[in-house]
Design a protein around this ligand. Structure first.
Ligand SMILES: [Zn+2]
Length: 303
């Protein structure tokens, strides 16, 4: 039997003619089993850091927590996450630096992401890998700042935003054409890896998951270890998404229920809602010890 998420991230069973309810339950059981099987002890204990590279004052909560009161505002942050372990320095997302975005958004206390990462003790050329959660400007716009890194992105995300997104009927809000061109260039020089689908181990102990549909094929990661963490990026904008059971902003309004279902899956994969780290929530810099712009989510003994 082959189980998959369909294009909206809901469960589907590709091969069976069983009654629909039974099929759905069987598919759900298979997903739960697969998630549990792969959530085994990690070969690497990673240190995990959140690094704040800018502030975003006065954001509309309803743009991040679907159904929140209209007009409510919140100060949020722009962040990247650094994983250190097994001889690697891995970034989850890369921030941005192109001028046009400073004009469109209210950005304060900005430090270029490579300089912000250096505050955590890792120079730009020491970053070995960058896992991109999704192609938006504030997450993919820094891939050209790290000259040695291999970049990992979902195959569906790469194909859509380098192709159909720019055709009639396509959607490319929040995508910077220069970022896409850089992504294509990295592919031609052998520095791009395309992650093909859900529940894929991309580096030792680090698995990628799809389905929450913040963008066409956004992904989140589970960092195995004791304890494990899930780094959600904008698939969960704020802790409030989880505590209130509300969707983050998604590719289309049809994706809200899939987003909420994936939040529950993230909690299972992390083993606790406190270990699901959202994309733009300033609270992660209060819930964990901080050193300047760096929150120490987990410090492994060896890193
Ligand atoms: Zn974002």
């Amino acid at each position: 039997m082959r189980i998959a998420f369909d294009s909206r991230g809901s469960l589907c069973d590709l091969s069976s003619t069983m009654p629909r309810t039974y099929r759905t339950l069987t598919a759900l059981a298979a997903i739960l089993l697969a998630d549990a099987l792969w959530a085994q002890p990690s070969p690497v204990e990673y240190s995990i850091y959140a690094i704040r590279y800018a502030n975003s004052p006065g954001d509309l909560v309803s743009s991040m927590v679907i159904g929140a009161p209209s007009g409510e505002k919140l100060d949020t942050v722009y962040a990247v996450w650094l994983l250190r372990g097994g001889g690697r320095n891995i970034l989850f997302d890369s921030g941005f630096h192109r001028e046009r975005w400073f004009k469109q958004w209210n950005i304060e206390d900005y430090l270029r992401p490579d300089q912000a990462v250096a505050l955590a003790g890792v120079k730009a050329e020491q970053v070995t890998d960058i896992i991109i959660s999704h192609a938006h400007w504030d997450h993919m716009g820094g891939i050209d700042l790290f000259s040695k890194a291999t970049v990992w992105i979902q195959k569906g995300e790469f194909e859509y935003y380098s192709g159909a997104a720019w055709q009639p009927g396509g959607r490319h809000g929040g995508i910077d054409p220069e970022d896409v061109q850089e992504l294509v260039r990295l592919n031609t020089v052998g520095r791009l890896r395309l992650v093909d689908g859900d529940n894929v181990e991309i580096l030792p102990g680090i698995r990628a998951y799809t389905g929450p549909r913040h963008t066409f094929a956004s992904q989140y990661i589970r960092v195995g270890g004791n304890p494990p963490f899930v780094l959600a990026s904008d698939n969960v904008d704020l802790y409030r998404n989880i505590t209130e059971g509300k969707s983050s902003a998604t590719f289309s309004n049809d994706d809200h229920s899939a987003n909420i279902a994936q939040q529950q899956r993230m909690i299972r994969l992390a083993g606790s809602p406190e270990r699901v780290i959202p994309g733009h929530d300033a609270l992660q810099f209060q819930r964990f010890p901080i050193e300047g712009r760096v929150a120490i989510i987990k410090r492994a003994e060896t890193n």
